[in-house]
Design a protein around this ligand. Structure first.
Ligand code: NDP
Length: 496
């Protein structure tokens, strides 16, 4: 396994040029497992953001990309996928050093990213549009066109994959983009943009600005030259983006937070339910928008299930992501560590009972990293903040229910509606309960798998719109109706 021998110097990518911040400002990028400096990233501001928007606008309006035959756009996307495969080992390691996640999870992310580019390369060359019969002698049809300049803003939990979920469909559809990664995790994004340059993407098609969300992100959401903003991140930020985007009635897609229920009935296959509960909350350190962060257990199995769950959770190997035996890495940043620890304190003060973990790990050289034990709270009630608010860390809260109706009510009892899981061996019950879930992504007898083919997004305050699948492409396209008169003669509506 190669190791990082020097601190990386990241740059922004604007109109085909690699640039530093005009005022020379840089931001230190830290490995959350040991506090080591891994990269220096420019801190862009308004000027760089406006330059990037200008480049994307000019390139879009020129038609150089938007009017390129789709088969040619698809070739670029496939070339990007091939390069991701070629560089998978390097990018996966960098992702782990930057974000903290275990290496095998980063490897999956890189492979999924390549697959996502190939998926949209295939889709964009498929037959498209509609023709239909209308009452008049008219040939009526619908064609789809790119939206225009798209601002893509992503968070730090899946830095590469969240980027690609937006970049691949946006480019496939013929848009030009200004992309902003999280300030905390920009490394894999720069590797991706190096690939975009290597495959010869015309300059101005894809631009990347690094810098704080409240400056760069806000300008992207506000600018009248941007047609669409697609955002993944926290619900509060999503609310701010909606307001900022109102000026020119920008199209918006928002993939926001969650507090997703994972319901286990007494008739479930208990081993499967335990396994999936662990993945649901501890995968990626619980820094997953769709995490199964609330476990709803039927009362009759509660105590035994918790006993076995805790036993398994305590065996999860927490460590540096780059070590192959590691099963859960550190949290992404000191600031986020403090947020998660504060929620654990809140849970205790609210009277929930801690049955697993609950502490920062500092022994055995872990003191420089941001590690938290897999944590489980029981004896909760629906009014508690730890039950209602997104913690975004390895903290599971357990709720107890007696009946199917109560499970449904508890499951839907938060402001969010991103994901839900149900475990039962009664097929009809599984489907019945899932159909009652006010959530966009659901599983029966599983928790967590995602597919490029399937739409990703939420109900309620978990967002607007969908990523991935055909729906994900639709988010980056406008629909135009064309009516061609087949009987060209005066209409005669006005008499004189
Ligand atoms: P944010 O929502 O603040 O960050 C996501 C992205 O939005 C980042 O690129 C950020 O920039 C940018 N951003 C921040 N403020 C603005 C703004 N005003 N306008 C436009 N863009 C902006 O997430 P945080 O990192 O602050 O995390 C806060 C909480 O959000 C987490 O604890 C978690 O609960 C939730 N979250 C949910 C995610 C999800 O996938 N649903 C992902 C990440 C977080 P930058 O950070 O570089 O300044």
């Amino acid at each position: 396994m190669p190791v990082l021998t020097e601190v990386l110097n990241l740059k922004m990518y604007i109109n085909g040029d690699w640039v530093q911040a005009e005022d020379g400002k840089v931001n230190d990028i830290i490995n959350p497992a040991n506090g080591e400096l891994i990269a220096k990233a420019p801190t862009g501001g308004l000027s760089e953001t406006r330059q990037a928007i200008g480049a994307a606008r000019r390139t879009f309006d020129s038609g150089e990309w938007s009017e390129l035959p789709t088969v040619e756009r698809a070739q670029y996307l496939r070339a990007i996928a091939d390069k991701l495969d070629e560089k998978a080992e390097e990018i996966a390691l960098l992702e782990t050093l930057d974000q903290g996640k275990p290496l095998n999870e980063s490897e999956i992310d890189v492979a999924d990213a390549a697959a996502c580019f190939r998926y949209y390369a295939g889709m964009i060359t498929q037959p498209d549009g509609q023709t239909f019969h209308v009452a008049d002698p008219m040939q009526a049809m619908v064609v789809r066109e790119p939206v225009g300049v798209c601002a893509l803003i992503v968070p730090w939990n899946f830095p590469l994959l969240m980027s690609v979920w937006k970049i691949a469909p946006a480019l496939a559809a013929g848009n030009t983009i200004v992309f902003k990664p999280s300030e905390v995790t920009p490394v894999s994004a720069m590797k991706l943009f190096e690939i975009l340059e290597e495959v010869g993407l015309p300059k101005g098609v894809a631009n990347m600005v690094l810098g704080p969300g409240r400056v760069v992100g806000n300008e992207l959401a506000e600018s009248d030259l941007v047609d669409k903003v697609s955002f993944t991140g926290g619900t509060e930020t999503g609310r701010n983006i909606m307001k900022a985007a109102a000026g020119n009635i920008k199209k918006i897609s928002l993939e926001l937070g969650g507090k997703s229920p994972n319901i286990v009935f007494a008739d479930a296959d208990i081993e499967t339910a335990i396994d999936c509960t662990l993945i649901g909350i501890f995968f990626n350190q619980g820094e997953v928008c769709s995490a199964g962060s609330r476990l709803l257990l039927e009362e009759s199995i509660h105590d035994e299930f918790i006993e076995r769950l805790v036993e398994r959770a305590q065996k999860i190997v927490v460590g540096q992501g780059k070590d192959r035996e590691t099963e859960m890495g550190p949290l992404v940043s000191k600031q986020h560590l403090e947020k998660v620890l504060s929620y654990i304190e809140i849970g205790k003060q609210e009277g929930a009972r801690l049955v697993c973990g609950g502490n920062r790990i500092t022994e055995n050289g872990f003191d420089k990293g941001y590690f938290v034990e897999p944590t489980i709270f029981v004896d909760t009630n629906p009014d508690m903040r730890i039950v209602q608010e997104e913690i975004f860390g390895p903290v599971l809260v357990v709720q107890k229910f007696k009946t199917e109706a109560e499970a449904i009510e508890l499951a839907n009892g938060t402001a969010f509606g991103l994901a839900a899981g149900v475990f039962t061996q009664d097929g009809a019950k599984g489907l019945r309960v899932i159909k009652k879930m006010r959530a966009g992504i659901t599983w029966v007898n599983n928790y967590g798998p995602t597919y490029n083919e399937a739409p990703w997004g939420g109900y309620k305050q978990s967002g607007i719109g969908r990523g991935l699948g055909t729906f994900g492409l639709d988010e980056f396209m406008e629909v135009k109706q064309i009516n061609i008169n087949l009987n060209v003669e005066p209409v005669g509506w006005y008499k004189n």
